[in-house]
Design a protein around this ligand. Structure first.
Ligand SMILES: Nc1ncnc2c1ncn2[C@@H]1O[C@H](COP(=O)(O)OP(=O)(O)O)[C@@H](O)[C@H]1O
Ligand SMILES: [Mg+2]
Length: 365
């Protein structure tokens, strides 16, 4: 006798495996909702082709299927293969019994937490994320970006809720490619992208010829948030976001505006909103990161995108020397040290991007 699937399980007819590219029907069993964002929901689920062998758990992201054009998120996830980018395992479309609409389902490897949750956990207990963790996580975001940017892929929504971590192993993976785009030279892109607190200054003033360096700004904001336990620049509305940035960096200069958007006519916040030098302000805000950490923050959070460090220069920065010298860290809640995850197993593709910086990026035996 055939069983009628329960509400939380259904048969998907065309489940494609991303690695083998083969398609077959599978039974999908959903367990719990683990996230929901602007476009859809994410549930934890298992898949089986025969009711016998179960695969998973996966995090299945459901987004309304695009009819007129292909989903960029799927396209990008299909090609991205990197230890610091969430892995797509299967994908399929299915009609939702709730609204009879077609949804794209992306079944990804499932990680236990987001970096947002991890930062919040410490902050709400009035604790600081250990500096070693900040180094470990920042490094892995930068390594993921080295790979994505080398492929021309700009994430365009870097923030702690789009970064997944496993606090037990220290592994980090970038997720949510819902806003990502392969940027082509001299092709404009919309500037209304990125969540407000993490938007690069060139986006705020309306630049449409931006580069993957907008993600580096986001990385700096994420690193800062790990250091101080809250978002670094909390603008109450889009243009006031620039005011928050000016408080730390000083006002943007004419050259920056000219190259970002010569017709920008919004507020410039050129009256001093601060005291002391830029370095003193960075030291005051991020002193707990040590002099290397402050130096790195200053080199990432700069107005001019081309002066912001590139991913390979970030990986080569002395702030990460501890990760190369010591092989252990203390995961949250553990009293015993654990081995750091693999951080330096670069592929030939990554080595090519790293180029002459290899001696600074790789640990010296
Ligand atoms: N692979 C995954 N493993 C664990 N949780 C995930 C995974 N993917 C997404 N999530 C959770 O679901 C949330 C929303 O997913 P995301 O891809 O960011 O969608 P949205 O475009 O709606 O923001 C994430 O912030 C995270 O909490
Ligand atoms: Mg998201």
């Amino acid at each position: 006798m055939s069983q009628t699937p329960r509400q939380d399980q259904f048969i998907a007819n065309d489940v494609t495996s991303n690695s083998s590219n083969t398609t077959r029907p599978m039974l999908v069993k959903e367990y719990k909702k683990i996230g929901h964002g602007a476009f859809g929901t994410v549930v934890q689920a298992f898949l089986t082709p025969d009711n016998n062998k179960w695969y998973g758990p996966f995090a299945i992201k459901k987004v309304p299927a695009q009819t007129e054009y292909k989903s960029r998120e799927l396209e990008i996830l299909r090609i991205a293969e990197h230890p610091n980018v969430v892995k797509l395992e299967y994908f399929f479309t299915h009609v939702s019994p709730q609204d009879n609409k077609v949804y794209q389902h992306l079944a990804m490897e499932c990680l236990p937490e987001t970096l947002q949750f991890e930062i919040h956990r410490y902050a709400s207990n009035k604790l600081e994320l250990p500096l070693k963790h900040t180094k470990l996580y920042t490094y892995q975001v930068a390594r993921g970006m080295l790979y994505l940017h080398a492929l021309g892929i700009c994430h365009r929504d870097v923030k702690p809720s789009n970064v997944l971590v496993d606090p037990n192993t220290g592994v980090l993976k970038i997720c949510d490619f819902g806003s990502a785009k392969k940027l082509e030279q001299n092709q404009p892109s919309i500037s209304y992208i990125c969540s407000r607190f993490y938007r690069a200054p060139e986006l705020i003033v309306g630049c449409t010829q931006y580069t993957t360096q907008i993600d580096i700004w986001g990385l700096g904001c994420v690193m800062g948030e790990m250091l101080i336990g809250k978002a670094v620049f909390q603008g109450q509305e889009p243009l006031l976001q620039l005011r928050e940035i000016s408080k730390l960096l000083g006002p943007p200069d004419k050259k920056f505006l000219f190259f970002s958007n010569p017709s920008y006519d919004g507020p410039l916040f050129s009256k001093p909103l601060f005291t002391g030098t830029v370095k003193e302000r960075f030291e005051k805000h991020f002193g707990q990161a040590g002099s290397d950490g402050v130096d790195l923050m200053m080199k990432i959070l700069t107005y001019e995108p081309e002066r912001r460090l590139s991913p390979r220069r970030i990986l080569a920065h002395p702030f990460f020397d501890d990760l190369k010298k010591e092989r252990y860290f203390f995961p949250r809640g553990h009293t015993q040290p654990k081995c750091l995850p693999e951080l330096f197993d670069f592929t030939p593709f990554e080595m090519q991007v790293i180029g002459e910086l290899a001696p600074e990026v790789q640990p010296q035996e």
